[in-house]
Design a protein around this ligand. Structure first.
Ligand code: DGL
Length: 275
């Protein structure tokens, strides 16, 4: 078997991608990871496609400087708006979180009603609809998409179980409840943190966690590190040292990550796509 000891690069608009990194580490504990959170420019979810593509190219260029063997675009918004652009400009594999989750949703649904929730940019792009339809064999499912812009700030405030969060989630998911969805795609990095609340609102629906789905795809794509008894390493970088990152990282990731290093990625050279 061939081995490849280079790290896996993961980027997100901020802290949310740690919910994806958590699954990558759980599945591939011996791998080395470079995580970049673009905390200076978060959120991506309400920005234009052009801006998200520029930011994503800069994130990818930073990861390439660390000689990564694979780039995981952990951010749903960047996966929706910038994945094709990145794939064309990079000579290493680049995966997003949307396609693996879409495949899983198609496999999960029994009644053909799939709910998708995400940021405005992700839902407006219709990336999930397109991806789900590519995986369908036979009758096309009905896809019910809803934007949930208040979920990201609620999670970042740590309001995971409050009455206000439950109330807002009920409002957002009302049409999905009425549609009797049996599968709900959590189409944003932060939403797995709300799974306990969401599953009380759609108790019969399977919740699809994009990070979990993407981790399996990543594992199938990379040559592993040489086996040792040691665990792999995680080096985290941010574009701004924000109090939120330090306070929330452990709850997103499930274990402490230490203080991330601050880096600048938006210099003029990074504006060009790298190959
Ligand atoms: N990481 C983003 C996503 O998964 C959510 C936060 C943002 O809007 O940047 O879409």
């Amino acid at each position: 078997m061939n081995f490849d000891n280079r790290p896996i690069g993961v980027f997100d608009s901020g802290i949310g991608g740690l919910t994806v990194l958590k699954h990558l580490v759980a599945l591939m504990p011996q791998e080395h990871f470079i995580y970049l959170g673009d905390t200076a420019r978060v959120p991506y979810g309400n920005k234009s496609a052009e801006t998200v593509q520029l930011y994503s190219r800069q994130c990818a260029a930073f990861l390439r400087e660390h000689d990564v063997k694979l780039i995981v675009v952990a951010c749903n918004t960047a996966s929706a708006l910038a994945l094709e652009d990145l794939r064309q400009s990079q000579s290493i594999p680049v995966i997003g979180v949307i396609d693996p989750a879409a495949r899983s949703a198609v496999a999960s649904t029994r009644n053909g009603h799939i709910g998708v929730i995400g940021t405005r940019a992700t839902i407006t792009s219709r990336a999930y609809e397109h991806s789900i339809m590519q995986h369908v064999q036979g009758t096309a499912p009905k896809i019910h998409s809803v934007t949930c812009p208040l979920f990201v700030p609620l999670v970042e405030e740590g309001w995971l179980h409050s009455d206000a969060t439950t109330f807002i989630a009920r409002e957002y998911l009302r049409t999905l409840v009425d549609a009797h969805i049996d599968t709900l795609v959590l189409g944003c990095t932060h939403y797995p943190m709300l799974a306990p609340v969401l599953s009380t609102i759609v108790p019969d629906a399977e919740l699809i966690d994009c990070g979990q789905c993407a981790a399996s795809e990543a594992q199938s794509l990379v040559k592993p590190c040489t086996p040792t008894d040691q665990h792999g390493t995680i080096h985290a970088y941010v574009t701004d040292q924000t109090p939120a990152f330090t306070a929330l990282a452990e709850s997103f990731l499930g274990f402490p990550i230490g203080i991330p290093e601050r880096v600048v990625i938006d210099g003029p050279d990074e504006r060009k796509a790298t190959s």
